[in-house]
Design a protein around this ligand. Structure first.
Ligand code: ITT
Length: 201
């Protein structure tokens, strides 16, 4: 509908999100609402996997946003997320392919077999490049890894993660419910507040 309505189009702020992950894209778009329209790397002609070779979330988020900036010349942002906590939870990249969610979840459960402490946290770091400035935004959610997978929403470790104060996994929540408490939801709301304040200047 927006493509046929130039007036509506003009009111949308387009912003490039340097991700290859369609689930992330949908989650972030839901937080941004109607005010911003996300543009994918593919829509900018960037088809390849965006490199992430740094040892920290900050480093990877920054590497991804700078990579897309170099390809397109556009303002953009990227997110990098890790799962951390009790011994055995450590590090988000279990299987060689981070996108094989079932294999990652099996391995996470195996690493936690017989482990009493199942505390875990998701942390997201967003790197935003606007003009010649870089701004970082962080979101954290504390919780625990449950004994077996539950739920079909979301992606990645969502079927195994129950955030503190809840009795359901992220995969048992609607996208809005997950965003209300999640690492990514928190980081994106900080990003939105920054973009709004900047737009009002
Ligand atoms: P990018 O293209 O944005 O890099 P990615 O899927 O590689 O997408 P990350 O490197 O940030 O994303 O994710 C690292 C791992 O953490 C990967 O195995 C994801 O499936 C998992 N993960 C990230 N965000 C998650 C979330 O909100 N819920 C569950 N698992 C998540």
């Amino acid at each position: 509908a927006t493509a046929r309505n130039p007036a509506l189009n003009a009111s949308l702020m387009k912003i490039v999100f340097a991700t290859n992950n369609a689930h992330k894209l949908a989650e972030v778009q839901a937080v941004l609402g109607d005010a911003y329209e996300l543009v994918t790397p593919r829509m900018c002609g960037v088809e390849e996997e965006i490199p992430e070779n740094q040892p920290t979330l900050e480093g990877n988020a920054s590497e991804k946003s700078h990579y897309l900036r170099a390809c397109t010349g556009l303002d953009c942002f990227a997110d990098d997320t890790g799962l951390d906590g009790a011994p055995g939870v450590h590090s988000a990249r279990y299987a060689s392919d981070g996108h094989d969610f079932a294999a990652n979840n099996r391995l996470l459960l195996r690493n936690l077999e017989g482990v009493a402490n199942r505390r875990a946290r998701f942390r997201t770091v967003i790197s935003l490049l606007v003009g010649d400035e870089e701004h970082l935004f962080e979101g954290v959610v504390e919780g625990r890894i449950v004994e077996r997978e539950s739920g079909a929403e979301g992606f990645g470790y969502d079927p195994l993660f129950v955030p503190d104060g809840c009795d359901r996994t992220f995969a048992e929540m609607s996208p809005d419910e997950k965003n209300a408490v999640s690492h990514r939801g928190r980081a994106v709301r900080k990003l939105v507040a920054f973009l709004r304040a900047r737009g009002e200047k």
